[in-house]
Design a binder for this molecule. Structure first.
Ligand code: ATP
Ligand code: LTN
Length: 339
């Protein structure tokens, strides 16, 4: 897939990709398959900016020491998963203050009704035991700021974030219609397959970092034994055939995970497991996941031996992208009469 337009000389101009991930909980294979691996796969076709969104993380209470370490761990995971610092800038959101500043300004252009409609807010505020803060409610304004600061063309995300990118377009359009062309309108890109990987023990719910039941998710750093045991215990139905079927959520989800990790086609997969039982399939699935995650895990632990190296990469990332953010913010402030 390459959406890059041509410039006047007929040369392809790289479009800009921006996406983010929260430094919370444990990164799972849903995050990997729908977001991180796609970012890595796409990176040579685009100009890429990836952000560890710690300001989004604090919309839910976080332990300060853990959050600081998590920022580096998640960055290390991105590099371990193949994000190449030569092709992609990676940085920590709170290191560039323009994000908070533009989020505040956008707040003043977002009707409350738009935020009330956000499915993620409705779901997260239902499960939370703590007080629901303005920050959680306002999460999409900060996400809009992240995207709009960099004149982003494309936002690769899982299905659950599509609605937030729509809101980003809406606020950009509203601002542009009031003050003239300022923001580029971004488009989300979601995977055709696996945009919403479901839980292993409860396939009616999406696999989620904040899920307290760890058997529902396979984490990128789970050991081979843990992966195997989670796959073997995954819910299945009472039917026998191993076939892709939306009406059979548990087996459909496991087959989708197999499809994405093995990169094989559906016909080939169904033929491979024809007449075989669930145990046989689950063993093959566990092997596929373990073998795919092995190199990532090796690289991750090597990188984590040297925190200063990760910090250096993150600093380079911020230095490279901050001028883009500052330029957008200055233009916005000028247009609305600030300063
Ligand atoms: P939390 O449960 O804490 O909200 P999360 O698992 O949704 O966390 P994020 O950091 O919010 O993780 O998301 C990072 C990326 O992973 C986003 O692009 C999001 O759409 C994608 N993603 C999250 N969960 C899934 C899933 N179950 N299937 C596919 N993509 C997912
Ligand atoms: N809300 C996103 C994380 C995120 C993001 C972004 C994704 C924050 N800012 C900008 C794409 C673009 C999530 O995954 N929950």
């Amino acid at each position: 897939m390459n959406h890059n337009p041509l410039n006047k000389q007929g040369k392809s101009v790289k479009q800009r990709v921006f996406s983010g991930i929260q430094p919370t909980g444990n990164i799972h294979i849903g995050n990997y398959l729908a977001a991180i691996r796609r970012w890595a796969d796409l990176q040579s076709d685009y100009e890429n900016i990836f952000c560890v969104v710690d300001l989004h993380a604090i919309t839910i209470p976080q332990d300060p020491q853990t959050l600081k370490v998590k920022n580096r761990e998640v960055a290390a995971l991105l590099f371990a998963a193949g994000i190449d610092p030569k092709l992609s800038s990676v940085f920590i959101q709170s290191h560039i203050s323009a994000h908070s500043e533009l989020a505040w300004i956008l707040n003043c252009f977002i009707p409350i009704g738009w935020l009330r409609r956000m499915t993620q807010f409705k779901e997260k505020s239902k499960k939370q035991d703590e007080v629901i803060t303005m920050g959680l409610f306002d999460y999409p304004a900060l996400m809009a700021a992240d995207i709009l600061l960099y004149a982003t063309d494309l936002v690769p995300v899982g299905d659950d974030q599509k609605q937030h990118v729509e809101l980003t377009r809406d606020v950009a359009q509203r601002f542009n219609s009031m003050y003239g062309e300022t923001f580029k309108l971004p488009e989300s890109i979601t995977p055709d397959i696996g945009g919403r990987i479901m839980g292993l023990s409860d396939p009616s719910k999406k696999m989620s970092k904040s899920d307290t039941k760890s058997e529902n998710s396979i984490f990128l750093l789970d050991s081979p034994d843990v992966i195997r045991s989670k796959v073997m215990r995954a819910t299945t139905d009472s039917m026998r055939e191993i076939r892709f079927d939306k009406n059979r959520p548990s087996i459909n989800n496991l087959l989708t995970i197999y499809e994405l990790f093995s990169r094989k086609g559906r016909v080939e997969i169904e033929a491979q497991f024809e007449g075989k039982g669930y145990a046989y399939f689950k063993n093959a699935l566990a092997d596929e996941i373990v073998e795919n995650l092995r190199p990532l895990q090796v690289r991750y632990y090597q990188l984590m031996d040297d925190f200063s190296y990760i910090d250096g990469l993150l600093k380079d990332g911020s230095l490279k992208v901050e001028p883009i953010a500052v330029k957008t913010l200055d233009e916005v402030k000028e247009k609305i009469g600030l300063g």
